[in-house]
Design a protein around this ligand. Structure first.
Ligand code: IPM
Ligand code: MG
Length: 358
């Protein structure tokens, strides 16, 4: 199989974790006789530095012309002082929108070898953790109208708008239902319907759509404040967790920490076709940049998701996941998941060991 992959290393640890992940993809290429052609484009702060924009048009064109996109991370203190339109994060939100990637899947699973890295007590983890966050990615408060103004009576004032249409809610519900069908058939939909109009529409639309099209899937609702508590109280009750852009951003970080480290969590972002964007859910960790200490596993696992979800290469995807499992079982750890008695290694060596086990 021949595929064109655009790589967007971004900022901070982005270049290190993407180059580590490419090591693993090259191993897959060789072992399974595929041809992956990688091309590199700028995004985020590094794009601002070179082109004066966090999302140059050439980057959008390259992504739209490729079969899939691998992204590292964006942002850093250097660019925090820039106006909102120039911030690195604007590049990330922009590429999600430009590629119409409304569906963001973030699987948080507890790897057996890492159960000691979870901050939760062992008895809370007895039934394992396997939470798949299905996050709406191109709507909600992230993309609504916002404004900072000098109000004549209130003084400095700002507003952000949360907006959802039934169409946007239905298409992400379909993604969650399809996923639920392949799993336990259960969805927990998270909202704040006791306060927000958008959440009331969310709840009504999710139920109507699921009942009409997926009668075999069960949907229960949970308020977001309760969900935040339940994730640490009884994580095993969650399977597919369906939610909006903002709530999904927050709850996926929480779910990640429950499984030990945010450095382990991959994600896929897809629209209607098979061209996706794959990225770790963590940020650019500017303090770690250039030290070869970042955990590349979230990015490596994002590549596994790319193989499966964009290219239908399930055997190759499973080979990557098994290799990650093997390396963890052998006791190799990056700093974020290190504990006494384990073998501490750097970012590139972690990728090297994973590649060797494929
Ligand atoms: C994420 C990140 C981004 C988001 C930021 C960097 C804009 O936190 O992918 O979870 O909020 O979506
Ligand atoms: Mg986030």
């Amino acid at each position: 199989m021949k595929k064109q992959i655009t790589v967007l290393p971004g900022d901070g640890i982005g270049p290190e974790i993407t180059s580590a992940a490419l090591r693993v993809l090259r191993r897959i290429e060789q072992k399974f006789c595929h041809k992956f052609n990688f091309s590199f484009s700028l995004i985020g702060g590094s794009a601002v530095d070179v082109c004066g924009s966090p999302l140059p048009q050439e980057t959008i064109d390259a992504c739209l012309a490729s079969d899939s996109v691998l992204l590292g991370a964006v942002g850093g203190p250097k660019w925090d002082v820039l106006p909102p339109e120039m911030r690195p994060e604007k590049g990330l939100l922009g590429i999600r929108k430009a590629m119409n990637l409304y569906s963001n899947i973030r699987p948080a699973r507890l790897w057996k070898a890492l159960s000691g890295a979870s901050p939760l007590k062992a008895e809370l983890l007895e039934h394992g953790v396997e939470i798949t966050v299905v996050r709406e990615l191109t709507g909600g408060i992230y993309f609504g109208k916002r404004e900072t103004l000098e109000d004549p009576t209130l003084g400095p004032t700002a507003r952000d708008t949360e907006q959802y249409s039934a169409f946007e809610i239905e298409r992400i519900t379909r993604i969650a239902c399809e996923l639920a069908r392949k799993r336990t058939g259960r969805i927990i939909s998270v909202d704040k319907a006791n306060v927000l109009d958008t959440s009331r529409l969310w709840r009504k639309t999710v139920h109507a759509y699921a009942a009409a099209n997926y009668p075999d899937v069960s949907v229960t609702d949970m308020l977001v404040d309760n969900a935040a508590m339940q994730i640490v109280k009884n994580p095993a009750q969650f399977d597919v967790l369906l939610t909006s852009n903002l709530f999904g951003d927050i709850l996926s970080d929480e779910a990640a920490q429950v499984t030990g480290s945010i450095g382990m969590l991959p994600s896929s972002s897809l629209g209607d076709g098979t061209r996706g964007l794959y990225e770790p859910i963590h940020g650019s960790a500017p303090d770690l940049a250039g030290t070869d200490t970042a955990n590349p596993i979230a990015t490596v696992l994002s590549c596994a998701m790319m193989l499966r979800d964009s290219f239908s290469l399930s055997e190759e995807a499973a080979a990557v996941e098994h290799a990650v499992d093997a390396v963890l079982e052998e006791g190799y750890r990056t700093a974020d998941i290190f504990s006494a008695g384990m073998k501490r290694i750097g970012c590139m060596q972690m990728a090297e060991l994973i590649a060797e086990r494929i």
